[in-house]
Design a protein around this ligand. Structure first.
Ligand SMILES: Nc1ncnc2c1ncn2[C@@H]1O[C@H](COP(=O)(O)OP(=O)(O)OP(=O)(O)O)[C@@H](O)[C@H]1O
Length: 237
């Protein structure tokens, strides 16, 4: 469903992403794993056109992302970043309603969806009128996810979505979220540098180093049959 072909991103003389090719299946959880600066975020942001590639192409469901205006594309691709990425002046209810509103959903359908999501994400109803500054990081994270999932996008991109959480909360939020049947039907591309997170969440892992994918496969394959010493070392962390 997502097809990335010979993708390269050059920032001045630095090649952040170097000839990456990758196909991600419908409903698959693909984790982009690697050390800081290896090109994970740049790769992710080229999928929803927050960054334009230097060369190469990306298509979603057979349609080149460059054939669609960025804002329109981003309404159909959920995006979750560390600490939720919420606008400070939107209440929780307004934040979750953002994309349904842009898509012209009627009020009743939007409100029903908000209730469904806060219920699934175990957020108390009393939070709906609060602002992000009045939430814990774990709550902000869940609201960020609710906002990303609100209009049931077929694809959700997540950039270190649990990065702001303490290890205990992180483990719990991660399990809860990925236990949701909603996410099981969604194609998820998740960026992390946390090997354990990758092992837990990924159907396949793309381990990156210096802008390239060094190995792509199910987590067990990287653990048991590392393609290089770098992969072995990285997976042993
Ligand atoms: N706008 C930019 N201008 C110049 N260089 C950039 C820009 N964005 C990213 N880079 C560089 O490209 C490389 C890849 O960055 P990227 O954010 O994709 O890494 P990453 O793997 O996501 O790292 P992290 O885990 O630290 O977020 C880095 O060397 C970074 O400094």
């Amino acid at each position: 469903m997502i097809k990335i072909i010979n993708l390269t991103k050059q920032f001045a003389s630095h090649t952040a992403v170097n000839d990456v090719s990758l196909s991600i299946g419908r409903g698959e959880n693909l984790v982009l794993l690697g050390t800081s600066g290896c090109g994970k975020t740049t790769t992710l942001k080229m999928i929803n056109r927050l960054i334009e590639p230097t060369t190469g192409s990306i298509s979603v469901d057979g349609v080149d992302v460059r054939q669609q205006p960025g804002p329109e594309l981003r309404r159909r691709i959920g995006y979750v970043i560390q600490d939720g990425g919420l606008f400070p002046h939107y209440t929780v209810a307004e934040a979750i309603a953002t994309v349904p509103k842009l898509l012209g959903w009627d009020l009743a359908a939007t409100q029903q969806r908000i209730r469904e999501l806060i219920d699934k994400l175990q957020l108390p109803e009393s939070l709906l009128t609060r602002y992000p500054a009045e939430l814990s990081s774990g709550q902000r994270q869940r609201v960020g996810l609710a906002r990303a999932l609100a209009a049931r996008p077929p694809v959700v991109l997540m950039d270190e979505p649990f990065g702001a959480l303490d290890p205990f909360t992180r483990k719990h939020v991660r399990r809860e979220l990925f236990g949701l049947n909603e996410l099981q039907e969604t194609t998820v591309v998740l960026v992390t540098h946390d090997v354990r997170e990758a092992l837990e969440l990924a159907d396949r892992v793309a381990l990156m180093d210096k802008g390239r994918i060094v190995q792509l496969g199910p987590p067990g394959e990287l653990l048991n049959h590392p393609a290089t010493d770098f992969v072995r070392d990285f997976m042993e962390i």
